[in-house]
Write a protein that binds this ligand. Structure first.
Ligand SMILES: [Fe+2]
Length: 447
């Protein structure tokens, strides 16, 4: 039985706990409120379309040896848009030699209102040449940007690969793409392995994605594949790729017809990059993939898609894709598969039977990575050579005739993982570990 004194004491302690709890929830909601308010303001600060071109981005529709596609956005008052191009020269007089090309224009209506999305595909360019271009109309033009066409045939180059960007694109993904550019400013393109944004048709999120990359998008071509977050249900309740996908990215139409501009391949200086769409129709893509790999004159082959053949996150798996696509990768000795979706980091290889024997001979190397801030817990599995979590990363891949040098680098510029793949004549690739001595991530223990 409680005495008056002990009841008072109990009231005092209960009251104290209640006050502390109330303060905690109040402060918590204040901070959460501030945080969401901050995010809201960031999103709200995305400019609406105007007569000034924005969202300028390079992609390829045709052969990188002699073509370059460019897309950009204005408000609907710009009905005739143009792109100008000239061989770049250190003298500013290059502008006098510029040729003009009329853009294709489509109207897209989003929650931001109507916008005109313009694109051109420059063709008949010279190989391995530096060009300057700008986009606009009338008196309103972008600045001049540079790009370089690909060399004919094998020639060493570097490219960047990103896992999911997806969330807090402006506030937190921006540092990853900027670190990637600072580390490899001469990289020839960026592979985006899906989930570029969180909500497929949210124009504000796309605005953040473009602002995060800024003029990097206008100088370093993108090779994007759609993730599940680039899909949304339409009025008929069918899942469809974002209505902003094609207006933003002018891509090759050499893939599966019903998956136009989400399945395609690009040949670049001795490398075939194959983009697959892991969201739908995997069987149709398998048939197409066989053809594309069978008739592949390139020395190296990289495949990219979103949902990983081998998962890195706890409790995730994609057995259907593995069953359908992996035998094709094995048969045609695909060198690397670059994936996303699991919001953590892992890579593994040598899996003809689905088992990593951790020896020097390397079958296809599978990588899962993440560039944005959303993180999942890693699930340690037998397929992994290396694994890690809670780290924003970009990957730098340098390709020569006989070797691929691979590095995973953090958003703060630290080397996180590295290896080399050496091409061997008539035998599997050789993998040489180059793991940094001071690595800060969890590693999978060999059995
Ligand atoms: Fe995803």
């Amino acid at each position: 039985m409680l005495t008056k004194k002990s009841r008072g004491k109990r009231f005092n302690s209960l009251g104290y706990i209640m006050i502390v709890t109330l303060c905690f929830f109040t402060l918590n909601s204040v901070f959460k409120g501030n945080s969401s308010e901050k995010n809201r303001k960031e999103a709200a600060s995305n400019p609406q379309p105007s007569v000034i071109p924005d969202r300028i981005i390079l992609t390829w529709e045709g052969d990188p040896i002699n073509s370059q596609a460019i897309s950009w956005r204005t408000d609907p008052s710009v009905t005739k848009a143009f792109a100008e191009i000239s061989p770049a020269n250190s003298s500013p007089d290059f502008v006098e030699k510029a040729k003009s090309l009329h853009a294709d224009t489509v109207l897209v209506v989003t929650e931001s209102g109507p916008a005109h999305h313009h694109s051109v595909n420059f063709t008949q360019l010279s190989p391995n040449s530096l060009y300057a271009y700008r986009v606009g109309s009338g008196d309103i033009w972008s600045e001049w940007f540079h790009f370089r066409t690909a060399s004919k045939g094998p020639d060493p180059f570097t490219f960047i690969y990103f896992g999911d960007a997806q969330n807090n694109l402006l506030s937190l993904w921006s540092r990853t793409i900027r670190a990637a550019y600072s580390t490899a400013p001469s990289a020839r393109f960026i592979v985006h392995a899906g989930d570029l944004v969180n909500q497929a048709n949210n124009d504000q999120e796309w605005g953040e994605w473009f602002r995060a990359g800024g003029w990097i998008h206008a100088m370093m071509p993108s090779i994007p594949v759609p993730g599940n977050h680039e899909y949304a249900r339409n009025k008929e309740n069918n899942r469809r790729v974002s209505k902003l996908w094609k207006p933003h990215f002018r891509l090759p139409v050499n893939g599966v017809t019903s998956l136009k501009e989400t399945v395609y391949f690009i040949d670049y200086q001795g490398v075939r990059i194959i983009a697959l769409n892991s969201n739908e129709k995997p069987l149709e893509q398998k048939i197409w993939l066989e053809k594309v790999l069978k008739n592949n004159p390139n020395r190296w082959t990289f495949v990219t898609f979103h949902h990983p053949i081998y998962s890195s996150a706890k409790g995730r798996d994609n057995p259907e894709l593995r069953k359908l696509w992996k035998p094709v990768f094995d048969k045609y000795r695909v060198d690397m598969v670059l994936q996303g979706h699991d919001h953590s980091y892992a890579r593994g290889r040598n899996l003809p039977l689905g088992i990593n024997t951790h020896n020097e001979q390397s079958g296809t190397v599978y990588v899962v990575s993440v560039s944005g801030p959303k993180m999942y817990e890693i699930g340690s599995r037998d397929w992994m050579d290396r694994a890690g979590e809670n780290t924003q990363l970009f990957q730098k891949l340098s390709v020569t005739y006989n070797k691929v040098e691979y590095q995973a680098i953090t958003a703060t510029g630290q080397l996180y993982d590295a290896f080399e793949i050496i091409k061997q004549e008539n035998s599997p690739n050789r993998l040489v570990e180059k793991i940094p001595a001071e690595h800060t991530f969890s590693s999978h223990k060999k059995k």
